[in-house]
Design a protein around this ligand. Structure first.
Ligand code: F6R
Length: 260
């Protein structure tokens, strides 16, 4: 894992956007895996700015989102389909038929999940998967003790995740119990991973993900087995890591060709 610690979420998101932009410029037909929630909001704003000011072109790019709430129609403001329209898709030139989000209203959930996996394969696999992380260490909505080989499927949210997401719904009771999420095995097949986390609330999950033992109790720790995973975090999210001096040393001494 490459751990990049930057002073603020703003600076971290700028670096993350440069990384995504490089993937899209090097391979215009790139397949991006996307996340929702508060963490990638600044990244999406940066990508919109790069599209508007620097002609970053998404016309050949495809996207696959990690997850969606079961039972929420795409026009509901809390749905991740709505989130993606508002925060990215309406502002860049990705053709709508090249964007994919699990369908929370699917009548046949297992069939839909299998089809989602097939669509990722048909697109050639994901080049770069953007991830946030839950305070309990979940990636996508793979909650603790999810199989480290899991595929896209229905999951039940933990109490803690429902409490974390309650502000978007007005109350904890209104947060759906179920989600469709890419599995950890699905995420691990991406050719590159970009995990972002900001704030003290994520410090424990980040310490366990990066430095803790590999365990299904902390789904993020599976990324220790990925050949190309970058973790871009602010100082607060890095505050429980033990090797910050080394991570900063590596970043400050990157050879020019590795900089982004
Ligand atoms: C969202 C997702 C989740 C979030 C995580 C952190 O698509 O897959 O894993 O990344 O719950 O959420 P925020 O960023 O709101 O703290």
């Amino acid at each position: 894992m490459e751990v990049i610690i930057l002073p603020s979420p703003e600076e971290a998101s700028k670096v993350a956007a440069r990384l995504v932009a490089r993937v899209v410029r090097d391979k215009p037909t790139a397949v991006l895996g996307l996340a929702t929630g508060s963490t990638p909001l600044r990244l999406y704003r940066e990508l919109i700015a790069l599209h508007q000011a620097d002609q970053l072109d998404f016309s050949k790019t495809s996207t696959f989102n990690l997850d969606e709430y079961v039972g929420l129609a795409t026009d509901r403001p809390q749905s991740y389909a709505h989130f993606m329209q508002e925060n990215l898709f309406n502002h860049v030139n990705i053709p709508p038929d090249q964007t994919h989000i699990p369908d929370g209203m699917a009548a046949n959930v297992p069939g839909h999940c299998a089809e989602y996996e097939r669509a990722i394969q048909k697109a050639g696999g994901i080049d770069l998967q953007v991830l946030g992380i839950g305070s309990d260490g979940h990636i996508g909505f793979n909650e603790p003790v999810s199989s480290l080989s899991s595929r896209t499927r229905i999951k039940t949210l933990t109490r803690r995740t429902r409490a974390d997401n309650a502000p978007y719904f007005g109350s904890e009771d209104a947060v759906p119990h179920h989600v469709i999420t890419m599995g950890i095995g699905t995420i691990m097949e991406s050719r590159g991973i970009l995990l972002m986390a900001f704030g003290e609330k994520k410090a424990d999950a980040i310490a366990k993900t990066v430095e803790g033992p590999l365990t299904a109790l902390v789904p993020g720790s599976a990324l220790q087995m990925h050949v190309n995973a970058k973790v871009i975090i602010d100082e607060a999210a890095a505050s429980k890591l033990t090797r910050t001096d080394y991570y900063k040393w590596v970043y400050d001494n990157k050879p020019d060709w590795q900089k982004f």
